[in-house]
Design a protein around this ligand. Structure first.
Ligand code: PEP
Ligand code: MG
Length: 586
C-alpha cells in the first residue's frame, strides 16, 4: 500500500532502497537464584562475556576510525571504559555473589541503578551517556544469552534502508555505507547520537516516525527524504521517477558543493551575497565550513535545551557551546537565536501544561519573558562567550515593540549584573530580531530603529500570514512562499530595514530553494542563512542571476494576483505549467 509518513529529518539527502526491518530487540531477563557453589562459575561466565564484548568493541572502534575518523571511534573507546568501570564490572560480580543471582540479572540490576544515577546528575553530557551504557548492556547481554538478534549490519549487501524502533550508536556506526543507503527509526530526535553519526556519514535519515514498524515489512520499497523528514512506502512509477531525479540532483549537489566552496556568491552584475548557515547542532559547524558558509546565521539554541532534557542547560553549558562554535567559524560571526521552545518544539520540562494551539501559544520570546530565570541563564552564557568573539544575539517571534523592549530590558539587567560581578562583557554586541510574525512585519519601521539587524523567518511568517500550519500535511499545498502577500510583506520588511540603515537577512527554508533566488535578489536581499548542504545549489543560482533583471522581474511578481501567476512568471512562460506546484494533491 502506497503511504507517506512524516517524521523528523535527521540527516539530509534522498535514498531509495528496500526496507530491512530490525525487529524490536526487547531484553527479556529472568532472575534465577543460584546455589552458593555455582556462584564463582557464574562470575566467570560474566567475565567471558565482558572479554568478548571488549574484543568486539576494539574491532568496531578500529573499523569506525578507518571509515569515519577518530572522533566517532571514541564513542566505542568510551564503551570499553564503561566495561572496565568498577561500578559496572565489579558491581555486577558483587551483586551475583551477594544476591546469589544469575549474571544476566546481576548486570541488569547494576545497569538499572546506574541509569537512574545518570538521569539524576545535573550534567547534560552525562545524561546522554545513559544511551551508551544501555548499548554496552545490550552487547554484554547478547554474549551472555547468545542472542545476537540484531543482524550484523556491516554484512548487508544490497541497497538497504534500515527500519528500526531505535538504533544504538553501535548499530548506526557499523553501517556499511556501500550498501545501507538510509535509515529510519520510530524513536529519536535530531540530537541523538544516531542522527549525529548519520550526518557524519552523509546517509539520509528520518527519525521520530511513530507507528512505522506496523506499516512496513522487510522488502518494501522505500523513499527516504532526509530534508523533508518523510518516508514514502511503496512508491508508484511516477513517484519512483521523481525520487530518482531528486536523488541524482542531491548527489550532484553534494559533488558540486565541494567544487564551488571557495567561489564567491556573486551575481552576474557583481552584487555580492553573504551565505551563512542555519544549524541545530554544534557538530554541524563542520558541514557548514565544508560548504563554505560565511559564519552561522541562525543557531537554533532550543536544540541545546532538548539535548539537555530533562535538565536545563547551565550557564556554563551555554557559554561552552557558543564560545566553541564562534571560535570555529571565526572570523565570521555566529548568530545565536535565543530559546525558541514551544510550538512544534514542545519541551515538557519548561511548559507547565499542554496547549490546544501551541504554535500560537507560549513559545519562544513569550516563554523567555515568562521564565526570566531560563532566559537570563542563556543571556549570561551568550554575553560571556561574546567577549573577544564575534557573537550576535537574535530574539525569535517578536510581535511588536512592547515585547522587544521587555526583552532588551532583561538583556540590560543581565549586562549590569555581570558587570557588577566583575565579569568582562562585550563592548558592542549586535542585537537582532527575527521577523516571523505578521504584526512585526507591519511595524518593521518601529522595530528597525531599536535593533541592529533583522532576520526574516519565512517558515513561521508564511504560516501565520497565510494561516497554514507549517506541519499540517493536508494544507501543505497552500503553504506558498511565492504568494503575492508573502512577497509584499518581505518587501515591506526589507525596505524598513534599508530605511533605518540596518542589515536584513532571510533564514527561513525559502532561502534554501534555488528557485526563489531571483525573487530574493530582486527584493534586495544580500544576506541569506540556510541549511549548509543547500548552499552550493543556492550559490549556483546566485552566480547565474543578474540582480538588475531580478529587480524588474520582482516588480512584475509584486503586481501578480495569485501564487499561480507568480509561479508562471518565475518559470518565464506565462500560461505554462506552474513550476512551483501549488495544487492540492489528488
Ligand atoms: C523561521 O520561522 O523561518 C525560522 C527560521 O525559525 P524556525 O524554523 O526555527 O521556526
Ligand atoms: Mg520560526
Amino acid at each position: 500500500m502506497n503511504a507517506i509518513f512524516k517524521g523528523i529529518g535527521a540527516s539530509p539527502g534522498i535514498a531509495m532502497g528496500s526496507a530491512l526491518v530490525l525487529e524490536s530487540h526487547h531484553l527479556m531477563v529472568n532472575r534465577r537464584t543460584l546455589k552458593p557453589d555455582r556462584l564463582e562459575a557464574e562470575v566467570k561466565r560474566f567475565r567471558h562475556a565482558i572479554t568478548a564484548a571488549r574484543k568486539e568493541l576494539e574491532i568496531l572502534s578500529l573499523r569506525v576510525e578507518e571509515k569515519m575518523g577518530e572522533k566517532l571511534s571514541h564513542i566505542f573507546d568510551a564503551h570499553i571504559l564503561i566495561l572496565d568501570d568498577r561500578s559496572f564490572a565489579a558491581g555486577t560480580e558483587e551483586h551475583i555473589r551477594r544476591e546469589h543471582v544469575n549474571a544476566e540479572w546481576g548486570v541488569r540490576t547494576v545497569v538499572k541503578d546506574l541509569l537512574a544515577q545518570f538521569a539524576a546528575i545535573d550534567d547534560p553530557y552525562l545524561n546522554e551517556r545513559g544511551g551508551d551504557l544501555e548499548d554496552v548492556y545490550r552487547r554484554v547481554l547478547g554474549h551472555l544469552t547468545g542472542d545476537r538478534s540484531h543482524p550484523d549490519l556491516s554484512r548487508i549487501r544490497e541497497d538497504a534502508i534500515i527500519v528500526a524502533h531505535t538504533l544504538t550508536p553501535s548499530d548506526t556506526a557499523a553501517l556499511n555505507t556501500q550498501s545501507v543507503v538510509g535509515f529510519v527509526t520510530e524513536l529519536g530526535g535530531r540530537t541523538s547520537h544516531t542522527a549525529i553519526i548519520a550526518n557524519a556519514l552523509e546517509i539520509p535519515a528520518v527519525v521520530g516516525l511513530h507507528g512505522l514498524l506496523e506499516k512496513v515489512e522487510t522488502g518494501d520499497l522505500l523513499v527516504v527524504d532526509g530534508e523533508r523528514g518523510t518516508v514514502l512506502v511503496a512508491p508508484d512509477a511516477g513517484e519512483k521517477e521523481t525520487a530518482i531525479r531528486a536523488r541524482t540532483a542531491w548527489r550532484q549537489r553534494a559533488q558540486d558543493g565541494l567544487k564551488t566552496r571557495d567561489l564567491p556568491a556573486v551575481t552576474t552584475d557583481g552584487e555580492v551575497v553573504i551565505l551563512r548557515s542555519n544549524i541545530e547542532l554544534p557538530e554541524e559547524v563542520e558541514t557548514s565550513l565544508r560548504y563554505g558558509a560565511i559564519g552561522v546565521g541562525l543557531y537554533r539554541s532550543e536544540f541545546l535545551f532538548l539535548k539537555c532534557s530533562p535538565n536545563l542547560p547551565s550557564e556554563e553549558d551555554h557559554y561552552q557551546v557558543y564560545a566553541e562554535m564562534a571560535d570555529r567559524v571565526a572570523p565570521h560571526p555566529c548568530i545565536v537565536r535565543t530559546l525558541d521552545l514551544g510550538g512544534e518544539k514542545y519541551f515538557h520540562e519548561v511548559l507547565d501544561k499542554e496547549e490546544a494551539n501551541p504554535v500560537m501559544g507560549m513559545r519562544a520570546i513569550r516563554l523567555c519573558l515568562r521564565r526570566p530565570d531560563i532566559f537570563r541563564t542563556q543571556l549570561r552564557g551568550i554575553l560571556r562567550a561574546a567577549v573577544g568573539r564575534s557573537i550576535q544575539i537574535m530574539f525569535p517571534l517578536i510581535s511588536g515593540v512592547g515585547e522587544l523592549v521587555r526583552a532588551l530590558e532583561v538583556l540590560n539587567k543581565v549586562r549590569d549584573e555581570l558587570r557588577q560581578e566583575g565579569h568582562a562583557i562585550p563592548e558592542n554586541i549586535p542585537i537582532g530580531i527575527m521577523i516571523e510574525v505578521p504584526s512585526a512585519a507591519m511595524v518593521a519601521d518601529l522595530l528597525a530603529s531599536r535593533v541592529d539587524f533583522f532576520s526574516i523567518g519565512t517558515n513561521d511568517l508564511i504560516q501565520y500570514l497565510l494561516a497554514i500550519d507549517r506541519g499540517n500535511e493536508s494544507v501543505a499545498y497552500l503553504y506558498e512562499p511565492h504568494h503575492p502577500a508573502v512577497l509584499r510583506m518581505l518587501q515591506r520588511v526589507i525596505l524598513a530595514a534599508r530605511d533605518a540603515g540596518i542589515s536584513v537577512s532571510l533564514c527561513g527554508e525559502m532561502a534554501s530553494d534555488p528557485r526563489y533566488v531571483p525573487v530574493l535578489m530582486g527584493l534586495g536581499l544580500r544576506e541569506l542563512s540556510l541549511n549548509p548542504v543547500t548552499i552550493p545549489a543556492v550559490k549556483d543560482a546566485i552566480r547565474s542571476t543578474h540582480a538588475g533583471e531580478a529587480r524588474t522581474l520582482t516588480d512584475r511578481l509584486l503586481a501578480a494576483s495569485s501564487a499561480d501567476e507568480v509561479g508562471r512568471i518565475l518559470a518565464g512562460e506565462p500560461g505554462a505549467a506552474d513550476p512551483v506546484d501549488s495544487s492540492p494533491e489528488a
